[in-house]
Write a protein that binds this ligand. Structure first.
Ligand SMILES: C[S@@+](CC[C@H](N)C(=O)[O-])C[C@H]1O[C@@H](n2cnc3c(N)ncnc32)[C@H](O)[C@@H]1O
Ligand code: SF4
Ligand code: SF4
Length: 409
């Protein structure tokens, strides 16, 4: 299991997607001393966490994480190589536009996972993923994906479901299969530009679930055309194991995830940058261990239980859904996720599908609400591999990272 640090070297971007969730108007690039401190403090903090935390995942995010240049990441890996007491992995979530051979060589040498954002074929992607002059970015992004593949590196793609593409689920899935792309799928958050444009870009709370189910069924039945989908795999795994498999489902996701912005401000999640009331403090000024015990951090780490969730049959895998979305939609991270109606439908559907196939559905994991419920993980018998080989036998490819994976088989 990993401690996940989503680090944003900058909020600056070479594109200007009309739904971009960035709410932070400050636009510096992370300074060397801040970067040193981030790596140092994350390693120190994670190394002191109890088992089963065995590694750190740094997810380089933004803004556009390639904007600070390759030199920035050379410093990252140079410093990480000094840290021998814990296993470290790196991934980058990028629009791909700036990735050239030099970047690819570096990613290969340093084993970086690569996830590129693309929202489907050109006419869907180009609706909202545009540059500062309003020109669609599809050709540049797709060429980047091709460059990564031609270089022989694995790549995953991240698809945001918004008003642009929700009515084109089959087309998106055909596109993914045609190009053999491992993917992740996330619903639009009401944040940044998407807040201003919500009427044009946003989704109803339950319609995402219908789209998700449509794609899940195509995926479930895809046979030898199978491509890995992180969200499908993890949610299915959650149902089969009776416990959450991604940060969105954890009762205490903020214990294991932090996001750090270009000036070193620390938050529970990447979308919260720029919201002063959600800021734990600054990592240059205070040790991460102190920030994780600040009153703001403790409020995020001990999310209250929404009364609907305590009565819900899927609480043990969902725990109110994404707290950052709750904050963005309702201004209160204690409330259940805006997409609750979708999440409920999704879990119902998965359970139906796996039961149909004769699989077992696990009872709720004991202690799933406890702070230390991860301690119970080794006692949970995982479903046998032969039982579930069709559903999640594929090992997680690098890429597919925009929801941090925190529980592993
Ligand atoms: C903010 S971007 C930063 C990294 C990089 N610039 C990119 O586009 O991949 C991280 C991910 O969030 C997604 N995203 C952006 N705005 C969003 C929103 N309002 N709701 C949900 N996801 C969003 C992007 O599509 C991308 O996959
Ligand atoms: S989603 Fe990524 S590529 Fe698009 S504007 Fe935001 S940071 Fe830039
Ligand atoms: S499906 Fe809805 S009610 Fe049930 S746990 Fe998730 S957010 Fe709460």
């Amino acid at each position: 299991m990993a401690f996940v640090a989503i680090v944003k070297p900058t909020h600056i971007c070479n594109l200007a997607c009309t739904y971009c969730y960035n709410d932070d108007v400050r636009d510096p690039i992370m300074k060397d001393n801040t970067l040193n401190r981030v790596i140092d403090q994350v390693v120190l903090y994670a190394s002191q966490l109890p088992q089963p935390i065995r590694k750190i995942e740094f997810i380089w995010h933004g803004g556009e994480p390639t904007v600070p240049g390759l030199r920035f990441y050379e410093k990252v890996v140079a410093q990480q190589k000094q840290c021998s007491n814990i296993h470290i992995e790196n991934s980058i979530q990028t629009n791909g536009v700036l990735i050239n051979e030099k970047w690819l060589k570096f990613f290969k040498e340093n084993n970086f996972g690569i996830s590129i954002s693309i929202d489907g074929p050109r006419h869907l992607h180009d609706r909202f993923r545009v540059d500062g002059r309003g020109r669609g970015s599809f050709d540049r992004v797709f060429a980047a994906i091709q460059r990564v593949k031609d270089f022989g590196l694995p790549v995953g793609v991240c698809i945001v479901i918004s008003r642009a593409n929700i009515d084109h689920i089959d087309e998106i899935f055909d596109f993914l299969i045609e190009h053999n792309l491992a993917f992740n799928i996330i619903p639009l958050n009401r944040s940044g530009s998407a807040r201003e444009n919500y009427e044009d870009v946003g989704l109803d709370a339950d319609e995402y679930g219908d789209a998700w189910i449509r794609m899940y069924d195509r995926w479930f039945e895809s046979g030898d055309k199978y491509v890995y989908c992180q969200d499908f795999v993890l949610k299915t795994r959650a149902i089969l194991q009776g416990k959450p498999a991604d940060c969105i489902g954890l009762a205490h996701c903020a214990d294991l995830n932090v996001s750090i912005d270009p000036v070193g401000d620390v938050y529970a999640c990447a979308t919260l940058s720029g919201h002063e009331e959600t800021r734990y403090g600054n990592i240059v000024e205070s040790p991460l261990v102190d920030l994780m015990h600040s009153s703001t951090a403790l409020a995020y780490r001990d999310r209250e239980v929404d009364p609907h969730c305590s009565k819900c049959k899927w609480q043990h895998v969902c725990h109110g859904g994404c707290l950052a979305r709750s904050y963005k939609f309702f201004g209160n991270h204690h409330r259940r996720d805006y997409y609750c109606p979708s999440l409920f439908k999704i879990y119902e559907h998965i359970s139906r599908r796996v039961l149909e196939q004769g699989f077992r559905i696990a009872d709720p994991c004991e202690g799933h609400m406890d702070k230390d419920h991860f301690a119970t993980v080794p006692n949970m018998p995982p479903p046998s591999r032969s039982d579930v080989v069709q559903i999640y036998s594929s090992s997680k490819p690098t890429g597919t990272i925009s929801i941090p994976v925190v529980v592993e088989m």
